[in-house]
Design a protein around this ligand. Structure first.
Ligand SMILES: [Zn+2]
Length: 302
């Protein structure tokens, strides 16, 4: 049985609700394994929840999960994957909370239990950490997280400081160097300082299996990131979308060009960089932001 619209909305009111629910479920499942007497479990639910509707929801969820044998609630210990959505920052959570109860998101959680993945779970939603959705100024869409150890950090094109700068990012730096006067190429590949200024560095797919590029492309993440783009398109005004390569360009249908600026070019990877160079997207972005009374991005701050 699908949860009602009303219940979904109620579950979105506070970030803690779903997470608390999973924590209680884990604790209760553990207790249940120890004690086959259902009446004990049910009386424990009542003790833990003064709110009757919560108790009913938990009870119902246990029954449903027993039917589906969903891994995500059968974890015996405190499991980070079961609480995946808790890593989305507060503001973004309120916009996206209805996604967390959808089949595709539950399926992502189930799949992530099976094999190790990148980036570390705490960093999957790092892009949501630095600013509220309404303050998004620029969106740079990537495809897949980096698939080698220590590279992926939850921001498209970015790698942690001390990790070798990937070829595509090197080319982005080269273009910046020719586009902006006084720009000097940084010695590292961390783009956190861009994110701090309202640049959303969003991959289309948010996890990947080690050394297997594209391995999670059918996991359901595209529905989640599409929702993010829809929310930005609806909620914000005068955002600049930088769509590099055919993959990113295929997202343009989600963006209203009368509200926002879409800049398209080839991808900065070595295979197509000769068509990327000269796009001058960084100066064009700042020109647009200034024209719409927004503080431009300091691209050189890294
Ligand atoms: Zn789990």
């Amino acid at each position: 049985m699908k949860p009602s619209r009303k219940r979904k909305r109620n579950s979105c009111k506070e970030k803690g609700n779903l997470i608390d629910l999973f924590e209680k479920l884990n604790a209760l499942n553990k207790k249940k394994l120890e004690n086959d007497d259902d009446s004990t479990v049910n009386s424990k639910i009542s003790e833990d929840n003064t709110d009757n509707s919560s108790a009913k929801l938990i009870d119902k969820t246990i029954i449903e999960n027993e039917d589906t044998q969903n891994d995500s609630v059968l974890c015996k210990e405190d499991c980070k994957i079961c609480k995946l959505e808790s890593y989305v920052s507060n503001d973004w959570y309120t916009y996206l909370c209805e996604e967390f109860s959808k089949d595709y998101f539950i399926s992502i959680k189930t799949e992530l239990h099976k094999k190790a993945f990148y980036p570390p779970i705490e960093k999957i939603f790092l892009f949501s950490k630095y600013f509220d959705i309404k303050d998004t100024k620029v969106v740079i869409i990537g495809q897949d997280p980096y698939h080698n150890p220590n590279q992926a950090m939850g921001l498209s094109f970015s790698v942690p400081i001390n990790v070798k700068i990937p070829p595509s990012l090197k080319n982005i730096y080269k273009e910046l160097n020719s586009d902006l006067t006084g720009y000097s190429i940084p010695s590292h590949g961390s783009l956190i300082k861009w994110a701090e200024q309202g640049v959303l560095l969003l991959n289309d797919v948010l996890t990947v299996e080690k050394n297997k590029p594209g391995s999670h492309s059918k996991m359901g993440w595209k529905l989640f990131t599409q929702r993010i783009l829809e929310v930005i398109n609806e909620t914000c005004n005068n955002v600049v979308f930088l769509l590099w390569g055919n993959y990113a360009r295929s997202k343009s249908f989600l963006i209203n060009p009368s509200k926002h600026l879409i800049l398209e070019s080839a991808h900065p990877s070595p295979f197509s960089a000769n068509k990327f160079f000269g796009c001058k997207h960084f100066s064009k972005t700042n020109e647009y932001l200034k024209n719409h009374n927004k503080v431009p991005i300091d691209w050189a701050i890294l």
